[in-house]
Design a protein around this ligand. Structure first.
Ligand code: C2E
Ligand code: CA
Ligand code: CA
Length: 733
């Protein structure tokens, strides 16, 4: 079965020749050689032309799992029997050619276990150049093969990973670890950055992917890497097309056996999408969605930081501006919410244009804006900005073809005031804004200590009011409304009083605005209406009269804008059994104007129920007479400010005359409010005013005192018999 070597077909590479085997020198060297061969790490086997093993070293015997004695004289083929097809010595089968040269492959030991070997087969020839056998060396490369395989697996993991992998090499004399040369990038790197590995390798990561800017995160990475610490961070990088992307990067230094850092491996996961969502969430949390301006939360955060800085460095001065648009509600209600929103956006942009980069403008909600001015030189700077803002807002806005005029009232809080809680600063600016509003529109006011005391008192009052509403610590007083022709009582206006546990009776002028602002007016107003109806029913039953007594109840703007008002009133009427025709609801001009959209509907519904409607405080609000024609009002109450001057001010007198005539033309009754003197009364009588109310007749009374007046048929006859010509009472004539 073994074949002789066919020199024609074999390809002997570098044959080893024994020049003279008989010489003793050769004997000596043969022995030396054998010792060397015995101690080689490689296995060595020499076969003759018949493929019989002539020599085998113990390393080889061990490799194949036999002993030297077992092998010598046997066919080599026998020991390499399990060679897997590729390893064919001097023709292990009929149809294969003998193999000379170098080869790697798997062999099997005697016990069947496989191992990897690197095999070198050389044709041996004698001095005459005739082939004598084969020299085979065999190296166990199982471990290397395993490592190669392992690396190949690892590489395929890295190449195909979704994560970006980048390896850079450390070089001496480079102090910025991010400037190291890239030596490897995977496919994900190319997919994400747009750079092929050819473009990336040899460049530094920071030049390739970073912008000139050095973010704090990049600096942190640098610091960690220069001390050879692993580092993890989220940073912005730039693609080849200069768009940016976010990565979560993990950079690890790799050390050699001596412990020196030779490479950095960076594994990055693109997290752009997550970052965008996070950013949106953050924006939502900290910004107003309509204008894109910072919201209250962000503003307060910036304010806190500013306060902190100012605390550390008293030279740092700042100011807080609180801005409230004048009559925004009117614009909103008359032109619609869309225009209202457009206006707010346009205002936001104008406010931004008035400020420097360091300043913050925020929208607190509704038509309220705040501005934080940082690092101002003097308090004067703040008022200058306020003036600039007012100037900027004074140019009309063009919104969808509507020319809209607006102005703002601005309250200013300076850091020089001794407050350092952000919420107190904001409250102070708010109070100053209210002051500005009271001064007339489009003004600004700087917060002063007077206001502070005022704020504290108001806050206390608000707390107390909350409790009072819960406990119903209120009482209604009743002020008679007198028919000037007869001196009879037409009805009463119900006026609420607060029985404060410490401060005694508190006037509604003081707490109704707070109740309005806080919404407490809703439960309070409901209580007032119910109580007034209950009292009226009681009086009507006790003292029947023709026409029946009426009760006038004040409705605040907030109540008036409440859609559930109609049902509440219906319920109260049903519960108390009062005839709707005896109820007069008093609504101010401004309450109507602030709710123009819903006002008409609301008023018509109330009318349909049979309730009478009065315009309260006429002359103090918008004084636009147009709405008087439009809205279905029954009574017009001339404000005290006119009545009080009707006897001394000819102009006012003429005005009141006009108002009365106008009301009559519209079929409305007229009530003069706040009549205090007989002279005023005389003038009103001269103007043929029909009804009046005021201290001259009676102050608001408790229900007990009011009840004493009702049975008298003409309690104020003596007053009403006044002579219009000389203002003297009838008795005096
Ligand atoms: P108002 O509706 O204009 O009520 C008339 C106010 O003028 C009452 O003040 C009354 O006491 C006062 N007054 C009447 N005659 C004279 C006078 O001859 N001279 C002077 N100087 N004052 C006179 P009051 O009771 O302090 O109420 C103040 C305001 O509080 C009311 O103004 C009304 O707007 C509001 N208010 C009172 N009660 C209620 C209520 O139950 N609900 C609501 N929403 N507001 C109320
Ligand atoms: Ca009133
Ligand atoms: Ca009034």
């Amino acid at each position: 079965m073994a074949k002789s070597i066919d020199l024609e077909t074999s390809n002997p590479s570098n044959p080893a020749v024994n020049p003279n085997p008989a010489s003793p020198v050769i004997k000596e060297s043969e022995w030396l050689l054998q010792t060397v061969v015995e101690n080689l790490n490689d296995g060595v086997v020499i076969t003759d032309l018949q493929d019989q093993v002539r020599y085998v070293n113990s390393r080889l015997a061990k490799l194949v799992g036999c002993s030297v004695a077992d092998m010598v004289g046997k066919s080599a083929h026998h020991f390499f029997h399990a060679i897997e097809g590729w390893f064919d010595f001097q023709g292990s089968s009929e149809d294969t050619q003998p193999f000379y040269g170098w080869k790697e492959g798997q062999l099997r030991r005697k016990d069947g276990r496989k191992f990897w070997a690197e095999v070198n087969a050389t044709l041996l020839c004698n001095a005459a150049g005739e082939p004598t056998g084969t020299l085979i060396t065999l190296k166990d490369i199982t471990e290397r093969k395993w490592l190669e395989e392992y690396l190949r697996l690892l590489e395929s993991v890295v190449v195909n990973a979704n994560e970006i992998v980048m390896i850079s090499q450390t070089e001496e004399a480079i102090d910025d670890p991010l400037s190291l040369r890239i030596i490897y990038v995977n496919d994900a790197f190319s997919r994400t950055t747009g750079y092929s590995s050819g473009e990336a390798i040899g460049k530094s990561a920071i030049v390739l992917l970073g912008e000139k800017t050095s973010s704090t995160e990049i600096d942190r990475i640098r610091a960690a890497l220069s001390t050879h610490e692993p580092v993890r961070a989220e940073v912005i990088l730039y693609r080849k097309n200069r768009t940016h992307f976010w990565v979560d990067v993990n950079m690890v230094p790799i050390r050699n056996e001596q412990g020196q850092v030779t490479h950095f491996v960076s594994v990055m996961r693109e997290v752009t999408e997550r970052k965008i969502v996070e950013e949106q969430l953050r924006r939502n949390a900290f910004h107003d969605s309509l204008t894109g301006l910072p919201n209250r939360l962000l503003f307060m955060e910036r304010l806190s930081q500013t306060v902190e800085r100012a605390n550390e460095n008293p030279a740092c001065r700042f100011a807080l501006l609180f801005l409230d648009l004048d009559r925004f509600k009117v614009i909103n209600d008359s032109l619609g919410h869309m225009i209202g929103d457009q206006l707010l956006v346009a205002i936001a942009r104008r406010l931004e244009s008035c400020l420097s980069k360091n300043d913050t403008v925020a929208r607190l909600g509704g038509d309220e804006f705040t501005i934080l001015l940082e690092n101002i030189q003097s308090d004067n700077d703040a008022t200058k900005v306020a003036e600039r803002v007012q100037q900027a807002l004074s140019t009309p806005f063009n919104l969808n073809g509507h020319e809209v005029f607006t102005s703002a009232s601005i309250g200013i809080m300076l850091s020089s005031t001794d407050f350092d809680r952000p919420e107190d600063l904001l409250r102070g600016a708010d109070i100053a804004m209210y002051r500005a509003k009271a001064q007339g529109k489009a003004c600004h006011e700087v917060f002063d200590t007077d206001m502070h005391t005022h704020v504290v008192a108001l806050m206390q009052l608000e707390n107390d009011l909350r409790k009072a509403v819960e406990r119903q610590d209120f009482e209604l007083y009743y002020q008679p409304i007198v028919a000037l022709a007869t001196g009879r009582i037409l009805g009463f206006e119900a006026l609420v009083r607060w029985q404060h546990p410490e401060q005694g009776i508190i006037s509604p002028a003081k707490f109704v605005p707070i109740a309005e602002e806080t919404g407490l007016i809703i439960p309070l107003g409901q209580w007032v209406l119910r109580e007034a109806c209950r009292q009226l029913k009681h009086w009507q039953e006790e003292f029947a009269s023709e026409p029946p007594l009426t009760i006038s109840v004040n409705l605040s703007s907030r109540q008036f804008s409440q859609p559930s008002l109609i049902n509440q009133i219906r319920q109260i009427l049903a519960d108390t059994g009062v005839d709707a025709h005896c109820i007069k609801l008093e609504i101010t001009e401004s309450a109507i104007m602030e709710n123009t959209e819903s006002a008409m509907d609301m008023l018509l519904q109330l009318k349909a129920m049979g309730i009478q409607l009065s315009v309260d405080d006429f002359g103090t609000g918008y004084s636009s007479l147009g709405y008087l024609y439009r809205f279905p009002m029954d009574v017009l109450k001339i404000d005290r400010s006119f009545v009080s001057r009707v006897d001394v001010d000819g102009e006012k007198l003429e005005l009141v005359r006009t108002i009365i005539t106008l009301a009559w033309n519209l079929g409305m009754d007229v009530v003069a409010e706040g009549v205090e003197t007989t002279k005023q009364l005389a003038q009103l009588k001269a103007l043929k005013c029909e009804y009046a109310q005021g201290y001259l007749f009676s102050k608001p009374l408790t229900r007990i005192d009011a009840a004493k007046l009702i049975p008298q048929s003409q309690p104020f006859l003596h007053l009403t018999r006044i002579s219009p010509s000389n203002g003297r009472l009838a008795e005096d004539v």
